[in-house]
Design a protein around this ligand. Structure first.
Ligand SMILES: NC(=O)c1ccc[n+]([C@@H]2O[C@H](COP(=O)([O-])OP(=O)(O)OC[C@H]3O[C@@H](n4cnc5c(N)ncnc54)[C@H](OP(=O)(O)O)[C@@H]3O)[C@@H](O)[C@H]2O)c1
Length: 339
């Protein structure tokens, strides 16, 4: 990440009206309120990105009442870089506001070589949290996630590690990500028996990928566990950006680690163009409608967006102005998606 010697930004003072600009939802039956829009640092916060731009995104987020920032051990590139850069942003701008922030990290995917740097062993999770805290310069994270289920490690061991982090005061709450409905129920039960509630689940959910509707949201609703949904814009596909070609600065073109130009199929473009017309009729951008469509379900506590510039964040925040859909609109959207 390119860092200037002289600070290019004025000293940060959070906007006085930040809490008038955001709406919050209770996370399950916990004491925690989360902003209905949260910011993820998976992309655009690595060492190859522009630090000042990244800093402006985080400042803008907090100025608009986004209190929740989502990280993981291996966000970058390289792995660890997003946590290091977020640590720098905290140090320069946000540390005076630490008690107003809700910061998460995770472990579960590939992080370091050998048998102890991946999946769900207690050895990996405990070591990874210590590393994340060092990189961010924090004493504790607000929530720590098991990033994905591990088919070979007993769930008791993985949940036991989460429980121990809470006991140690290194994580205030715990969560799971990308667990299926049955695994979620088991994880919930195991944690409950140990006395640590499952605060939140982080599944992938967007108009194109509706897996959570097949049981997971019902489990979360029944158990009163919160949810924060990731890739709500399908990494940018559910915006109007690819309707007129492939912008040079888009994720599919400039950073094809996960989204590549081969994902921008004719079918996707046709559906997106139709969805865009529905959004226009609602007086929203497609990004805003895609976010609103997720929030119409109250079991979704927060929508976790990524942005490459602060203007996108400002666009997305406006989604909260209208999260109500008519039956006709929902039917039209379903027809387009199933077409
Ligand atoms: N738990 C997990 O396994 C997991 C996995 C993936 C992500 N996550 C979390 O979820 C967060 C969000 O994921 P994501 O980045 O895939 O989310 P996303 O919101 O679906 O996609 C973000 C991308 O969409 C584009 N975008 C956003 N707002 C826009 C707007 N208003 N207009 C036009 N384009 C817009 C930008 O693309 P351009 O770069 O092209 O401008 C941005 O980088 C991550 O940062 C991470 O915290 C978790």
């Amino acid at each position: 990440m390119k860092i200037n010697d002289t600070d290019p930004l004025p000293v940060y003072k959070a906007a006085a009206q930040r809490y008038d600009r955001m709406k919050y939802r209770r996370c399950g039956n916990s004491g925690i309120l989360l902003p209905m829009l949260s910011l993820g640092l998976w992309h655009n916060f690595g060492h190859t990105d522009d630090f000042t731009k990244a800093r402006k995104i985080v400042r803008t987020a907090f100025d608009y009442g986004i209190t929740h920032f989502d990280l993981a051990n291996n966000y970058g590139p390289p792995y660890g870089a997003a946590e290091e850069n977020f640590g720098r942003i905290l140090n320069k701008d946000l540390m005076p506001y630490r008690d107003e922030l809700f910061i998460s990290s995770k472990a579960g995917y590939d992080m370091w070589p050998g048998p102890y740097g991946n999946f769900g062993s207690k050895k990996y999770l405990m070591a990874s949290l210590d590393q994340s805290l060092k990189r961010m310069g924090l004493d504790y994270v607000d929530v720590f996630y098991s990033h994905r289920p591990d088919p070979e490690t007993p769930l008791e061991e993985t949940m036991g590690a989460l429980h121990q982090m809470v006991q140690q005061g290194k994580a205030l709450y715990v969560g799971i990500s990308s667990y299926g409905p049955e695994e979620t129920e088991r994880a919930y039960d195991i944690l409950k028996a140990m006395g640590t509630p499952l605060l939140i689940h982080q599944p992938k959910y967007n108009m194109f990928e509706r897996g959570p509707e097949e049981g997971l949201l019902d489990v979360l609703g029944d158990k009163k566990v919160g949810s924060i949904v990731f890739s709500p814009l399908a990494q940018g596909l559910l915006t109007n950006k690819y309707l007129k070609g492939l912008p040079e600065d888009s994720r599919a073109v400039k950073d094809a680690r996960y989204l590549t130009t081969s994902h921008i199929t004719l079918d996707i473009i046709e559906k997106t163009a139709k969805l865009n017309r529905v959004a226009e009729k609602r007086g929203q951008t497609l990004a805003q409608m895609a976010i609103a469509w997720l929030l119409k379900d109250e079991r979704v506590t927060s929508v976790l967006v990524g942005v490459s510039k602060k203007e996108q964040l400002l666009d997305n925040i406006k989604a909260l102005d209208n999260i109500v859909f008519t039956k006709d609109e929902l039917q039209t959207i379903d027809n387009i998606l199933n077409g």
